[in-house]
Design a protein around this ligand. Sequence first.
Ligand code: NDP
Length: 349
Amino acid sequence: MVEFGTLNFGSLDTSSQKKELDLNNPSEHLKLVIVGSGPAGYTAGIYAARANLNPVLYTGMEMGGQLTTTTIVENYPGYPDGVEGPVMMEEFKRQAEKFGTDVRFGEVTRVDFGRRPFILVIDEEKVISADAVIIATGASAKYLGLESEQRLRGAGVSACATCDGFFYKDKVVAVVGGGDTACEEALYLAGLAKKVYMLVRKPYMRASKIMQRRVLDHPKIEVLFETETLDILGDKKVEGIKVVYRRGKPDEKVYEIPIDGFFLAIGHKPNSDVFKPWIETDENGFIKTKCKSTKTNVEGVFAAGDVQDPFYRQAVTAAASGAMAAKEAELYLQELEEKEREEKQLEQI
Ligand code: NDP
């Protein structure tokens, strides 16, 4: 038996506020816990509840996930007239609850996947155990950290060209970043906008050569190397940016560019820290899943949505992987029950 007091739990850095919790005595045992309330988590809830798995879904602090920070979603099938991101997530939640998913507001702050049943700590307050876990904690787009960037979020500042690019038909936009995502976003936007500036802070791009070539060859994209954003201009909506060329060098130049939209593409941080000591991730923190499945390296723990997807990052692909995770959890729990039944029968002999 593992002694919890001596274990190094995977956790957010909550050491300063960690309470003395009796981790050996969970106050509740659950069959299936879903962690996260974006499209992946709620879809897993819909499928798991319909399969009578009595799922409990912990929402995390940002209930509804990244979609609650977007305005209108026009690329989710079934909504030909578009739908507000927060409204859509409310409908996902309602659908999950309708079939019996127990949606609880709370954050998983520590886990131990080193023993069965698994142990999860909620809000550093409550200890629960679970037979299976679906991690659907998503990813968070990185921002530059400017005050104006937060103020103008949804008013010209976006971290998703596929979501919001459509609103910039024949307008002028800027994309920050020099990676593959930035190139993809710039190319996507160039199909809609009149002009795309790509702001790359170094004298070179990090993106793959083929993506760089596509960007550099595109007549509508102008790449501004060694250029950093100092401020986003505009009161109610984005009207321009103030940038610095070759900051700190003798030929440093500060100037303004009029634009209508400002797109961040400086990477995403998957929300996987809390699970890391148990669950394998890639070098960027995305949870590794086994080929064509949502299975992680720990049997009984599944990962769905953006926390395991550095590439597609769409609501529809997240929802699809949530459905996969629920199906796989169902199968796992069936096998677990059969195993337990067999063990009991053997004990009685
Ligand atoms: P990356 O981490 O690869 O690139 C981030 C970019 O943003 C870098 O150019 C970085 O600059 C820049 N950046 C970071 N912070 C700042 C800042 N504060 N100000 C200005 N610029 C900043 O992230 P991506 O999302 O592009 O890619 C993540 C992974 O996914 C990569 O492995 C990528 O190859 C992969 N991917 C693959 C795709 C494909 O194959 N089709 C599509 C999209 C992503 P710097 O270089 O100076 O650090």
